[in-house]
Design a protein around this ligand. Structure first.
Ligand code: TXA
Ligand code: MG
Length: 331
């Protein structure tokens, strides 16, 4: 049995999804970054179903989604003036802030941490759902643990259709990579995961360069504690530069090119952005990886991109897929 899929633009669909959330069910919903698998953040049993549906280890905490920044005190205690500045500038949007949690947030949501990841998504359907449900929604990306995140409703149905009660279809996600996670629970603040909001924008807003977290900052999610993951089932390698002709003797090879490519001999080619624009490339990355992964290829080669703007998030996700970036996991 596959989940029911309703158009996210319909008010009746939002009302029904909100009642599923209030009743302890699971709703997959669109955000501007990727699709989320949502449950009432204040209902530990519902949140437990999220972990089960994704086969996600219980030590990997979930992000809590709010309708508006004004709801923040429900889940986080805020004593930091930078929060107002960041929230005022970037919410709703692809920024998750890690802050000290309130007692109202069940331990299962934060995997026992005393901090909580919070964001206000910038998608009309996500906003409407949060308002109608009247509760914060805990939601990881709606993919099985270890696989590429979903950027369409069809991606969700293919992999988690049996495990969700309802899928809201809001079309392809605009940003296409997950939110940038900034921890304000440490000094100085650090980016725990590069994502849909460029590091340069965070640095400009805070008036100081923002560092990427080190492996030590990422504890208890430190490398080595986690099983190794493929982001695609097909082995993926990152090239040093623009693609050359397909390597001989490697079988059927797929190419994930950044811009137009004349390289010969590939069984399939996915171009992320005709003009090389990094935001466009980020928006198309996961769908392109999924299409290549569905072709039973022997190898996927991926062209690198500059690590500025959304290129930082693209390279982070590619390194996870290539299993070379052990500081992050693909959850
Ligand atoms: O764009 C997004 O962030 C999407 C959409 C659905 O909002 N969500 C998403 O969730 O990517 P998920 O669960 O796939 O990734 C959340 C990441 C995990 O790596 C988790 O470890 C980290 O956020 N995280 C959550 N709470 C945390 C906390 N209190 N401290 C440190 N890391 C945290
Ligand atoms: Mg995820």
């Amino acid at each position: 049995m596959s989940a029911r899929v309703l158009p996210a633009a319909r008010p009746e669909a939002i009302a029904e999804a909100a009642s599923v959330v209030r009743g302890g069910g699971l709703v997959a919903f669109p955000t501007e970054t990727v699709y989320g698998l949502g449950a009432n953040a204040f209902d530990p049993r519902a949140v437990a179903r999220v972990f089960a549906a994704k086969r996600r280890p219980s030590f990997d905490p979930l992000i809590v989604h709010l309708a508006a920044a004004a709801d923040l005190p429900r889940v986080a205690s805020v004593v930091d003036s930078r929060v107002d500045r960041l929230a005022g500038r970037f919410w709703p949007g692809p920024l998750t802030l890690v802050l000290p949690k309130t007692d109202a947030v069940p331990e299962i949501v934060t995997s026992g941490l005393d901090t909580v990841g919070v964001r206000v998504p910038a998608h009309a359907a996500a906003h409407a759902l949060l308002l109608a449900a009247g509760t914060p929604i805990a939601a990881p990306s709606a993919n099985p643990f270890g696989y590429v995140s979903p950027t369409t409703a069809a991606h969700v149905v293919e992999q988690l259709g049996d495990a969700v009660d309802l899928v809201l279809d809001g079309g392809p996600c605009r940003v296409g990579v997950e939110s940038t996670i900034l921890s304000l629970a440490q000094d100085p603040p650090a980016i725990l995961r590069p994502g849909g909001l460029a590091r340069e924008e965070l640095s400009a807003c805070l008036g100081t360069p923002v560092a990427l977290a080190t492996a030590a900052d990422l504890r208890p999610l430190a490398p080595g504690q986690l099983p190794v993951h493929y982001a695609t089932r097909t082995p993926l390698r990152i090239l040093d530069g623009k693609a050359q002709p397909a390597p001989a003797g490697a079988g059927r090879v797929g190419l994930r090119a950044l811009g137009p490519s004349a390289a010969a001999g590939y069984a399939a080619v996915e171009v992320l952005a005709e003009d090389g624009d990094l935001a466009t490339a980020a928006a198309r990355l996961f769908a392109a990886l999924r299409r290549l992964d569905a072709l039973s290829l022997d190898l996927i080669l991926a062209e690198p991109c500059p690590e500025r703007g959304l290129g930082l998030a693209i390279m982070d996700r590619l390194r996870r897929a290539a299993r070379s970036g052990r500081s992050y996991i693909n959850d």
